[in-house]
Design a protein around this ligand. Sequence first.
Ligand code: ZN
Length: 100
Amino acid sequence: MIRCHYFDVGCWTELLRKDFKKHLETEAFHHSILFIEGQNKKNEEIKELKDKLNKIEYENNQKFDILFKAMNLSNEEEEKVEPNIEPLPIRKQSPLKVKI
Ligand SMILES: [Zn+2]
């Protein structure tokens, strides 16, 4: 017994290999309907996946925008902070003796 080649799209016929050719001939119209319905279902699934992907991409872009804005704000705040460095004590140095 073999499964019809259109088993996955809805022709759940199992038959002897010798009867398969006749099945294909007699069920040609039925198979074509199953095939078209299967394609339509796949197209709907592809559209749903594309919509989900677009939604995820949009949400991620928004999250990155917020993240980058937050990073830029924190960088600006860091630049505003004056470094708290005490001046070094001035050492008296003996003048250099230069021979001419
Ligand atoms: Zn079939």
